[in-house]
Design a protein around this ligand. Structure first.
Ligand code: ME8
Length: 468
């Protein structure tokens, strides 16, 4: 397969409705998938849902629901949100699907047979929110800093997976960028962890948890939910668990993840692949967290920004624009509804919307044929480094320049006294709008399409209207 591009989001827990972080990652992946399709790469974009484990079982019980029925409901809600946000995923993997479960069991059998898994026991502090054991030094005042809850003491007979023998391999592969971790600060962060802390073997099964995939060689145990979840990156492209028959799309070009799940990916997921003799993904692309008004979003602070509220107010393309231009990729972002409303009005309604409607209206009076040059985007290097905000800023600069061209040249006067100049200026403006629409395709697919149609038909389609 030539020039392939396989990109994945994390798979999201189906214990609650999607939040803004889920929308952010999925939109960023969608932008990259659409860009790569435009570059004629054979692209596969995978997302999905992580449906097993203690956290989900607990929530289903609290709501008096059967866990399968409970996760079925949320899986549909995720799918529906992606549809509303115009997400162009090629696959949607659910970890409760029969094919995924069978593949996971095959993998565990292989790991058991090749000696990577052995029986033992594990004692530690387990955070159900993270679905991970936590060491004392990761806690703040005895609590998980991400969930604000005290982890439970747990001691269980379990199966463990060998990790330690891969420590040097991982450091080497990460250092050489064979296994690339981007942006650079996250590469440094994970290297400093791997160079200073011994990788402990990890518990990969739970004895007293029904809601999971039974181990094929000991059905008293279910598979640790992270192992189950990681394998989605392979089962989601049709892998049946046979290490001799790995799909062509593997290894993934980009596995996008949030900063809080980098370590578990760079250790447990990477070691699982190495234990199976499979290739590591080419890269992890790590994003920061979204906050609001300088604070972590929380129900008690009342500063939670919900993707549905954004959709309702800004529409799909407005939401995509505001999230992708909200800050430097990799850093934490701070957003508020007020600032986003201002930006929507300034950039999309007044800037882009206004430009397109003026140019299309004026173009009715053109007497020459319009000739769109073959457009070549110069955005590749910025996509390579995930500078979404910089690309959008530069597109908006083009919008401003074109609006200025209209004001400086006053085509509504030229049309009356200098038709040749009028036609020239309009030709330029039409090409400007055309190239703006081309650059917008990965970010605002619907708007780009509408602009192109308007250029063809010379009928302005309404794009963005000012909002309060
Ligand atoms: O972790 N801003 O799923 P999940 C941006 N099932 N991103 C945020 C965020 C915020 N405020 N809060 C959380 C899981 N996230 C596992 C993944 S993959 C094999 C299994 C991001 O539903 C977070 O960084 O809890 C993570 O990337 C993603 O939401 C998934 O969240």
């Amino acid at each position: 397969m030539k020039d392939k591009f396989y990109i994945t989001t994390p798979i999201y827990y189906t214990n609650a409705k999607p939040h803004i972080g889920h929308a952010y990652t999925t939109i960023a992946c969608d932008v990259l998938a659409r860009w790569n399709r435009l570059q004629k790469k054979e692209t596969f974009f995978l997302t999905g849902t992580d449906e097993h484990g203690a956290k989900i079982q607990k929530k289903a019980i609290e709501e008096g629901k059967d866990p399968q029925e409970f996760v079925d409901g949320f899986a549909e809600i995720f799918k529906d949100l992606w549809k509303q946000l115009n997400i162009s995923n090629d696959g949607f993997i659910r970890t409760t699907s029969a094919s995924h479960k069978e593949a996971v069991q095959k993998v565990l059998q292989t790991l058991h047979d090749n000696g990577s898994i052995y029986k033992g026991s594990y004692k530690g502090l387990y955070c159900v929110g993270c679905e991970q054991f936590k060491s004392e030094n990761e806690l703040v005042d005895g609590k998980c800093p991400d969930h604000g809850t005290e982890p439970e003491e747990m001691e269980e007979e379990c199966y463990l997976m060998k990790m330690n023998k891969w420590q040097d391999t991982l450091v080497e592969k990460i250092k050489s960028d064979e296994f690339k971790i981007q942006p650079e600060r996250y590469k440094k962060e994970i290297l400093s962890f791997l160079e200073n802390q011994k990788l402990e073997d990890v518990s990969i099964s739970r004895k007293n948890l029904a809601w999971g995939i039974p181990l094929p060689f000991d059905t008293d145990h279910t598979t640790y939910v992270w192992i189950d979840a990681f394998l989605n990156y392979l089962t989601g492209i049709g892998w049946d668990g046979d290490v001799k028959k790995v799909p062509e799309f593997w290894p993934a070009e980009v596995e996008m993840i949030g900063k809080d799940i980098l370590r578990v990916h760079a250790t447990i997921w990477a070691a699982t692949l190495l234990n199976l003799g499979l290739e590591l993904p080419k890269s992890f692309v790590v994003h920061g967290h979204i906050q609001s008004g300088g604070k972590k979003m929380s129900k008690s602070l009342g500063n939670v920004i919900d993707p549905y509220a954004m959709l309702e107010k800004f529409g799909a393309d407005g939401t995509r624009y505001l999230l992708m231009s909200g800050g430097t990729f990799g850093d934490d972002l701070d957003i508020t509804m007020e600032r986003m409303t201002e930006k929507y009005n300034a950039d999309l309604a007044n800037g882009l919307g206004n430009l397109v409607s003026r140019v299309i209206k004026l173009s009715e009076k053109m007497t020459n044929e319009i000739n769109f040059n073959n457009f070549v985007s110069g955005d590749q290097t910025f996509f390579d480094t995930f500078k979404f905000d910089i690309i959008l800023e530069s597109i908006l600069e083009d919008v401003k320049n074109a609006n200025k061209k209209i004001e400086d040249n006053k085509p509504w006067e030229l049309v009356k006294n200098d038709l040749i100049k009028f036609n020239d200026i309009m030709q330029e403006l039409m090409v400007d709008v055309y190239s703006i629409s081309e650059r917008l395709i990965p970010f605002l697919p619907e708007t780009a399409e509408k602009i192109k149609k308007s250029l063809e038909t010379k009928q302005a389609e309404p794009l963005f209207v000012r909002i309060k």
